[in-house]
Design a protein around this ligand. Structure first.
Ligand code: PMV
Length: 347
């Protein structure tokens, strides 16, 4: 029987300090904080408009810079969590994963932070409605849904900012997936990591659209953590990134509040290309793009020259996410057959 591993002491202390809040919250209510038979959680994927790239503390998963995102309703993860006795069992999209599979190993390592005498192991059943690990943020929705399921299972009833802190430990971008609409993840400054969480930016924008251009949905060869390590260790250009990313974040927040789409789109596209420039300029080089990614970028630039206002952003994968307003939906969909369009505020 595989034994659960002891978590890193700093990670353990961080999680315990958050759970202590839950216990003090529940002190007035004796019926709370009891383990249920099952916990459930669901969360959307999110796409960063100004990106997180680089960790200032890899153990506590603290970012070099803050970021802003938009969540995509209808695309994400749904998770059920149950206590188990002998070992963790992990199910992804109706298939049980071997304990040695990277997805299951990463999940079990995260769950090491939450095991109790009563719940030594977990059964995790997750449905992902986006391709896993293809740069479409499945880890963001996955860890946000898992933290919500833990909160439900253990009946912590933690506030959203505390849940965001916990989700951050699974995957940085998961801190933002707890919210619908726009979210801001504050980089924070404290060494203890308790000020690095995401919050909702409540600014509904009914015309705002995101289009997914799926170039390749196979699992990416270099995960984002390894990609960040490679970039921060071996790229002189990276020195300029954290300050630019903070400036872009501020511009995008202003543009969202003012509903200034041109400013938002141009800053988001420039931000994504700047992030990718740091990856390409590391050694060995890190290039997530494929030939078809570049063709799609050029199509976006051609459309803009023709007066169709559309911008793109890209993450750690070859796929493009297009940003446009509803008035341009027809023109953009015509140029990208099969485009999956999400209107985050439409319903
Ligand atoms: O949350 P992670 O560790 O998968 O990193 C996400 C990195 C990017 O998607 C490239 C940028 C972002 O802010 O989501």
């Amino acid at each position: 029987m595989p034994a659960a591993q002891t978590p890193d002491p700093r990670q353990h202390a961080f999680v315990q300090s958050i759970l202590a809040t839950a216990h003090s919250l529940s002190a007035n209510s004796p019926n709370r904080a009891s383990t249920k038979a099952q916990g459930v959680g669901s969360a959307p994927v999110n796409i960063a408009l100004s990106k997180y790239w680089g960790k200032r503390d890899a153990v506590l998963n603290l970012p070099q810079n803050g970021s802003v995102s938009i969540s995509l309703p209808g695309l994400g993860s749904e998770t059920q969590l149950k206590p188990a006795v002998a070992q963790d069992s992990v199910w992804l999209n109706d298939q049980q994963l071997d304990a040695s599979a990277p997805f299951a190993k990463r999940l079990s390592e995260f769950l090491n932070l939450f095991r109790t005498a009563e719940v030594p192991f977990f059964e995790v059943v997750t449905q992902n409605s986006v391709p896993t690990a293809a740069g479409l943020a499945s880890s963001a929705s996955g860890y946000a849904a898992l933290v919500l399921a833990l909160d439900d299972l253990f009946d912590w009833q933690l506030p959203m900012t505390q849940l965001s802190l916990l989700a951050r430990m699974g995957s940085g971008s998961a801190s933002r997936s707890l919210y619908p609409g726009f979210a801001i993840w504050h980089a924070g400054q404290q060494g203890d990591g308790l000020d690095s969480f995401a919050e909702a930016l409540d600014a509904p924008w009914p015309e705002f659209c995101v289009g997914l251009v799926e170039i390749d949905v196979a699992e990416k060869p270099v995960g984002s953590t390894a990609g960040m390590q490679q970039t921060t260790a071996a790229c002189a250009l990276y020195q300029a990134w954290p300050a630019q990313a903070e400036r872009d974040k501020a511009v995008i927040i202003d543009a969202i509040r003012a509903q200034d789409f041109s400013r938002l789109g141009a800053t988001a596209e420039h931000n994504a290309l700047s992030m990718h420039a740091t990856m390409i300029a590391s050694w060995p080089p890190l290039l997530y793009w494929q030939a078809e990614s570049v063709i799609a970028m050029q199509q976006v630039w051609t459309l803009r020259q023709q007066g169709v206002e559309v911008y793109f952003t890209m993450d750690a994968g070859p796929n493009l996410k297009l940003l446009f307003l509803a008035a341009q939906k027809k023109a953009v969909s015509a140029a990208f057959p099969g485009l999956k369009v999400i209107e985050p505020f439409s319903s």
